[in-house]
Design a protein around this ligand. Sequence first.
Ligand code: EPZ
Length: 419
Amino acid sequence: MNKLIINGGVPISGMVRAAGSKNAVLPILAGTLLADGVTQIRNIPHLHDVTTTMELLGRMGVQLTIGEKMCIEVDSSKIENTFAPYELVKTMRASILVLGPLLARHGSAEVSLPGGCAIGARPVNLHLMGLEAMGADISVEEGYIRAKADRLKGAQIVMDQVSVTGTENLMMAAALAEGISVIENAAREPEVVDLADFINAMGGKIKGAGTDTITIEGVERLQGCDYSVLPDRIETGTYLVAAAITGGKVLVKDTNPQLLDAVLAKLEEAGAIIDTGDDWIELDMEGRKPESVNIRTAPYPAFPTDMQAQFCALNAVAAGTGSVTETVFENRFMHIQEMVRMGADIHLEGNTAIIKGVNNLNAAPVMATDLRASASLILAGLVAQGETVVERIYHIDRGYDHIEEKLACLGARIRRTTN
Ligand code: EPZ
C-alpha cells in the first residue's frame, strides 16, 4: 500500500507550475462524447481520475490517443456502447458526467449509480430530474440508471440546490436537445464556465455560464475542436497554503488568480503577502506563523469546500482560534480526528470545527480518507516535528499531479514508499 513519508519543519519555498484542473478536465472529457469528430484536449493533468475517465470512454469504443505535452486526441465519432460499469463508476463518481452527453447524442445510456463517498451521500437526483424534464425516460434498477430519449427537448429547469456536476450534465444534454433550455440556480464555478466554453468551441450555443442562469440553444451537431483546460485553482490554493503554514514563499505559475478571490482574501487575512499577475500568484509568509481565520464554505464565488481541509491544517498551527464551517457536504471533517492525533486542538460543533492554534504539531502515522483530507494531512506533516506517515494515498493520486515531486522541488522532505 503506497504511503507518503514527510519530515516536517522546512519552509516551503520556490516555484511550482499548476496543472490543468481536475474538475474541468473530467466534464470536458465526458463532453467529447457530444462531438461527431475529433477533439484535441490540452493541458491535461496527470491524475488517476483522468486515467479512469479514459478507460471509461475507451470501453465505449471512443478512440483516445495520448499526444505530446499533456494532450489527448479523442475521436468519439463511432462508439460501440453507452455503458458505464459499476467497477469504474465506484472508483470515480464523476463518471456520472457521461450520462447527459450519451443521452443527447445517442439517445440511450446505462450508467451505474455512483455510490456515496467519505464526504457524503452524494445523490444524483438533480441530474435525473433535469434529464426527465428534457423528456428522457429514466429508470433506476439494480444499481444502474437506464435512460432513453428519441431526442431530448429543451426545458426550463430550476435546480433545487446548486450542483456543479448537475449543472454540467444538464448543460451537455441541452447542447444537442431540440429547442432552448434554461438552467436556473445553476452552479457558477469556473469549471462550469470552462465546459461551456469547450462546448461553444465545438459549435454549441451556451450563454450565461458563470451566472446562476444558463441558457442553452440546442444545435443539430457538434464538431471536434482544439481546447486547453483551465488551471487547477484547488491545486494552486493547496501549494499557497503549504507556504503559508510553513512560513515560506512560493510562486505558482500557469495559474489564474481570478479563480481564487475568496481563498486569496483569507490567506491575506492570515498574514500572507500576496502578489499576482495574469498567470501567476506569489505568496510570501516572511517566516511568520499564520493568524487564525474564520471560514464558511459555500458555492462559488464563496469560499470553496475543496479548500476547507487545507485551511483546517493552517488554523491548527495559527496564532489564535479559528472556526471552519462546512455547508456543502454533510461529512467533510474526516481529517479532523487525524489532525487531533498529531496534537491539533480541534473540536466539532455540528458542521463547524473550532480550531485553537498550537505551537507545533507532532508527527504521527495518519490515514487519508478522501482527496482533500489527504492534502490537508500532507500539509500538517510539512509543519509537524518528526516523521509523518500518510497512508491510503491512492486518494491523493486521484486529484494531485505529482504532488511529492512538486513539494520536494519546493524544499519539502517527502518521499513515497510502497511497503
Ligand atoms: C463537484 O462535485 C466537485 N467534483 C467536487 O470536488 C466539489 O467539492 C463539489 O462540486 C462542490 O464544489 C467535480 O467537479 C468532479 P455538487 P459534485 O453536486 O458536483 C448535493 C474534489 O475534491 N446534491 O455541487 O458532486 C450534494 O450532496 C471534489 O475535487 C444533491 O443533493 O458536487 C452536495 O451536498 C469533491 N443532489 C451539494 O448538492 C444532486 O443531484 C453540492 O454537490 C447533486 C448534488
